[in-house]
Design a protein around this ligand. Structure first.
Ligand code: NZQ
Ligand code: ZN
Length: 384
């Protein structure tokens, strides 16, 4: 296990009725901007709950933060923050709204061109403080310092991170997620599963505790995912999905261990170029990465086959193939298709993605930094 530092200051308020705690969580006297998406919170009563618990605060609103084309919209919110002298942001929604609000927080205090935060990794030295009310369990954004932002005009999608964009608090009331369409629940299951795999399916690093944390999240997702899809208003299974998604990307399971993230980096290009949902890209790319990287990931694939899928018999190669097949079947079983053709994406995208990653200089992906343009093409050719 490598040396590590662990810092996670996010206060989590988890469970039924927790939106009432907004009263105490938002700083007294704050000039607040509530940010949200395209209106799901108005239809399911979350907006009313939030506003009822913000009485007495100075509240402005900014709506219309869309999945996957947010940059242009977010810059309008930055104007509002400056004009209204906003000093606290409250994001109410899924990963797109939370990530967008993290970007607004950083961009509003940035000297220079905010796009550089994304495209040039310009360091963030100040940010407006923010809190979150989560409505979609998937990304883990509620308890981490990452954000991924798309720019529609140029078909680009870039991640950024800064400890300054950790939410001060995040409210997770599983009940407010009952109105999610099945597509988004399935997406959430796949995204959380993929976050664990990116930090687990690499090579052994003498980190048995992190391995077992990771395996416990995977096993719980396999158990609870189908239940919550079948019974969308069952509190218990939905609460378990929510907590799995938060724990999958809050830093804990990745401490001191090698990490991959190839699937996510390829996935962001597919979203930017072809508009697939984030989790759809992961369901397409992950089985392909595993198929192509069988040798590099051999020891962990065997451990995954045995401990997560209970495959104890057969030759080693058969166990690995079966584990990869089970992963694909699991994604399909929660309603997320695993082939590019399922989304009407033509094979030419394989070269396009590989060229784009190369043009950005991202030629050392993977836990051993040995995935370049050729390997990306080989990976994606398994996903046709
Ligand atoms: O816009 P609204 O009206 O809110 O509708 C949303 C949206 O259409 C809807 N929705 C959300 N909560 C709902 C609901 N509908 C009914 N009932 C509810 N309770 O769901 C749709 C999708 O929402 P979105 O926020 O886009 O989904 P998700 O949470 O999956 O977020 C995806 C984004 O997060 C990024 C992804 O790249 C993508 O841009 N990620 C962020 C990460 C992070 N910050 O750590 C890590 C992830 O790997 C990921 O990259
Ligand atoms: Zn993800």
């Amino acid at each position: 296990m490598e040396n590590f530092e662990f810092f996670n200051p996010v206060k989590i308020l988890f469970g039924k009725g927790q939106i009432a705690k907004l009263r105490g969580a938002v700083p007294a006297g704050a000039r607040l901007l509530v940010t949200y998406g395209s209106g799901s919170i108005k239809r399911n009563g979350v907006y009313d709950q939030v506003m009822a618990n913000l009485q007495g605060h100075t509240v402005s609103e900014f709506s219309g933060i869309e999945p996957n084309r947010a940059y242009e919209t977010l810059m309008k919110a930055v104007e509002v923050v400056k004009r209204e002298r906003i000093d606290f942001l409250l994001a109410v929604g899924g990963g797109s709204v939370l990530d967008g609000t993290k970007f607004i927080a950083a961009a509003a205090r940035f000297e220079g061109e905010p796009w550089d935060i994304l495209a040039k990794h310009a360091p963030v030295s100040a940010a407006v403080p923010l809190g979150a009310v989560l409505t979609l369990p998937a990304t883990g954004s509620e308890m981490n310092f990452f954000a991924v932002i798309s720019r529609a005009g140029t078909h680009e999608k870039f991640p950024f991170s800064s400890p300054l964009i950790f939410p001060k608090f995040s409210i997770i009331d599983p009940q407010v997620t009952f109105t999610l369409p099945a597509r988004q629940v399935g997406n959430g299951i796949v995204d959380a599963f993929a976050h664990v795999l990116e930090q687990y399916l690499t090579y052994p690093a003498n980190a048995p505790l992190q391995d077992r944390f990771a395996e416990s999240i995977l096993l719980t997702l396999i158990e609870e995912g189908p239940k919550t899809l079948a019974h969308p208003a069952d509190y218990n299974s939905r609460a378990n999905l929510c907590w799995c998604a938060t724990m999958a990307l809050n830093g804990l399971i990745g401490l001191g261990v090698p990490q991959d993230w190839t699937t996510h980096m390829i996935g962001h290009e597919l979203t930017a170029l072809r508009g697939l949902d984030h989790a759809q890209t992961l369901a397409v790319v992950f089985p392909a990465v595993l198929a192509e990287r069988k040798q590099a990931k051999r020891a962990k694939l065997l451990q995954y086959a045995e401990r997560v899928w209970g495959i104890h018999t057969g030759a080693e190669d058969e166990k690995i193939d079966q584990a990869i097949e089970n992963t694909r079947a699991f994604f399909e079983s929660v309603g997320v298709k695993t082939r590019l053709k399922d989304y009407g994406v033509a094979p030419e995208v394989v070269q396009l993605v590989s060229k784009r990653l190369a043009a950005r200089g991202w030629t050392t992906l993977g836990e051993r930094q040995d995935i370049g343009p050729k390997e990306v093409e080989a990976i994606l050719s398994h996903s046709l």
